[in-house]
Design a protein around this ligand. Structure first.
Ligand SMILES: NC(=O)c1ccc[n+]([C@@H]2O[C@H](COP(=O)([O-])OP(=O)(O)OC[C@H]3O[C@@H](n4cnc5c(N)ncnc54)[C@H](O)[C@@H]3O)[C@@H](O)[C@H]2O)c1
Length: 418
C-alpha cells in the first residue's frame, strides 16, 4: 500500500515553515493539541480526512497525531493543495495523497487511497469522501463510527442522503456551529476571496461594479469586504429574506441578468449550479472578471463560456482570457474553482483556528461516545461555547457574567412592567 503521494518531497522544509507560521496564529487548536497530547483521546484510531491541504489543515493533523491518531489525508479540491505543506506532512509520517492541479481522476484516486487506510472516523469538506465510501467503496462502511463535515455544500449533500435514508453513519455538521459559519464563512471567505481576486488580477476595486451572487454567510463577507475597498456592490439572490437583508445593508439588489450588464467583477458563492450562464455572459461588458468562491466549480457555467469563446489563452497564473466571437473578452479566475484557495491561501489561520477546533473536538466526541444514529447531527452546544471561550481567552477579551438576580429574572415570567 502506498504511504503517500505528493508533488515534490523536497519542498518539505518550506512546508514546515508555513505550518509553523500558521500554528503561531492558532492558539485554540494548540491548547486542544496540548490536552490531546496528555490524554491521548484518539489513541489507535485511524482518521480519514478529505480537507484542503493547507498549512492550517497541517496544524489540525498535528493535533490529531498528538491525540494518538493516525491520519490519512487527501485534498478536497484539485486546485487547493499547498504542495510544500503536503511534502512536510509526508515527512512527518502522515499518509497524505494530494498535489495541486489534479485531474478529476487523480483527485478521486487520492480519495480512494485515504479510504484504503481503513478510517474509523472521516472528516470531509464537501462530502466527496463520504460520497465515495457510500458509492464505490461500501466495504469501508463496516469500520466507520462517524464523521464530520466542514462546509455548507457538504452538509446539504449529506442532508439529501439522510432524507432518502442513504446515509449509513453519523456525521456532525461542523459547518453549522456558530463558531464556524459566523466567522469562517463570513470573515474568512470575505477576506480570502478578495485576496484571491487581487493576487490573480491585481485589479483596483475602488469604483468598480462588483457583483456578488448569493447573500449567504460567505457572500455577506465578500460583499462587505468589497464595499470596504470602495467597490459599488450589487447582490443577486433567490431568497426574499436574504435579498431584503442585502438591500437594507446598503447593497443594490437586482436579477443577475441586469447585474450582468453593469458588472466589472462577478463572484458567485451560492452552493448552486449555473448561477452565471450563457445568457448572462452574452450581456457582459468587455473585460468583465468572473470568479467563484462556492464549493464546486459549477456556479459559473464553464461549458457555456467555452461554447461562447472563439479562443482562449492564459494571461498569468489563475487568469484565463476567453475571447468571444464578437471580440469581447471575459476573464475567468482559477478555472471557476474556489478562488480564495486556488489563487490565494484560503482563510487566514486565525479563522481556521475556530473551525478546526470544532473539527478536533467533534472528532474527540465521536471517538469517546457510543456510535450515534446515521443522521446529520448538530455540533454539541458545549463544544461551540468552549471554542468561543477559548478564542476570547486567546484574544485576551473578557466579558460579563450573569448575576444571580439576572439569572432568576431571565428564568421567570411573572415580572413585567414595574
Ligand atoms: N470559499 C470558501 O472557502 C468557502 C468557505 C465556506 C463555504 N463555502 C461554500 O460557499 C457556498 C456558500 O456557502 P454559505 O455558507 O454562504 O451558504 P448559504 O446557504 O448561507 O448561502 C447561499 C445563498 O445563495 C443563495 N442562492 C442559491 N441559489 C442562488 C442563485 N441561483 N442566485 C443567487 N443566489 C442564490 C441562497 O438563497 C443563499 O442565500 C457553499 O458552496 C459552501 O460550501 C466556501
Amino acid at each position: 500500500m502506498e504511504k503517500f503521494k505528493v508533488k515534490d518531497a523536497s519542498l518539505a522544509a518550506k512546508g514546515h515553515l508555513q505550518i509553523e507560521w500558521a500554528s503561531k496564529h492558532m492558539p485554540v487548536l494548540n491548547q486542544i493539541k496540548e490536552r490531546f497530547n496528555k490524554e491521548k483521546p484518539l489513541k489507535g484510531l485511524t482518521l480519514g480526512a478529505c480537507l484542503h491541504v493547507t498549512k492550517e489543515t497541517a496544524v489540525l493533523v498535528d493535533a490529531f497525531t498528538a491525540g494518538g491518531a493516525k491520519v490519512a489525508l487527501c485534498g478536497s479540491n484539485p486546485l487547493s493543495t499547498q504542495d510544500d505543506v503536503a511534502a512536510a506532512l509526508a515527512e512527518k509520517g502522515v499518509n497524505v495523497f494530494a498535489w495541486r492541479e489534479q485531474t478529476t481522476e487523480e483527485y478521486y484516486w487520492c480519495v480512494e487511497r485515504a479510504i484504503d487506510q481503513k478510517p474509523v472516523i472521516t472528516l470531509d469538506d464537501g462530502a466527496d469522501l463520504v460520497g465515495t465510501i457510500h458509492g464505490k467503496r461500501t466495504e469501508a462502511l463496516s469500520n466507520i463510527k462517524g464523521g464530520t463535515e466542514e462546509t455548507t455544500t457538504g452538509v446539504l449533500r449529506l442532508r439529501s442522503m439522510e432524507k432518502i435514508r442513504a446515509l449509513k453513519y453519523a456525521i456532525i455538521a461542523v459547518n453549522d456551529a456558530y463558531t464556524k459559519y459566523l466567522f469562517d464563512n463570513r470573515y474568512g471567505t470575505g477576506q480570502s476571496t478578495i485576496d484571491g481576486i487581487l493576487r490573480a488580477t491585481n485589479t483596483l476595486l475602488a469604483g468598480k461594479n462588483f457583483v456578488v451572487c448569493g447573500y449567504g454567510w460567505c457572500a455577506r463577507g465578500i460583499a462587505m469586504r468589497a464595499q470596504g475597498m470602495g467597490a459599488n456592490v450589487t447582490v443577486t439572490e433567490v431568497n426574499p429574506l436574504r435579498a431584503l437583508e442585502a438591500a437594507m445593508n446598503g447593497f443594490h439588489v437586482m436579477p443577475i441578468i441586469e447585474a450582468a450588464r453593469i458588472g466589472d467583477i462577478f463572484v458567485t458563492s451560492t452552493g448552486d449550479i449555473s448561477v452565471i450562464r450563457k445568457e448572462h455572459m452574452q450581456e457582459m461588458k468587455d473585460g468583465a472578471i468572473l470568479a467563484n468562491s462556492g464549493h464546486f466549480n459549477v456556479e459559473i457555467s464553464i461549458k457555456d463560456l467555452e461554447e461562447l469563446a472563439a479562443s482562449k489563452r492564459s494571461i498569468r497564473p489563475n487568469l484565463e482570457e476567453y475571447k468571444l466571437n464578437d471580440g469581447r473578452r471575459l476573464y475567468l479566475l482559477a478555472e471557476g474553482r474556489l478562488v480564495n484557495l486556488a489563487a490565494a491561501e484560503g482563510h487566514p489561520s486565525e479563522v481556521m483556528d475556530m473551525s478546526f477546533a470544532n473539527q478536533a473536538l467533534c472528532t474527540e466526541y465521536l471517538a469517546k461516545n457510543e456510535k450515534m444514529p446515521p443522521k446529520v447531527h448538530q455540533v454539541p452546544k458545549e463544544i461551540d461555547e468552549t471554542v468561543a471561550r477559548l478564542k476570547l481567552n486567546a484574544m485576551k477579551i473578557e466579558m460579563d457574567e450573569l448575576t444571580e438576580e439576572q439569572k432568576k429574572y431571565l428564568a421567570t415570567w411573572e415580572m413585567g412592567t414595574i
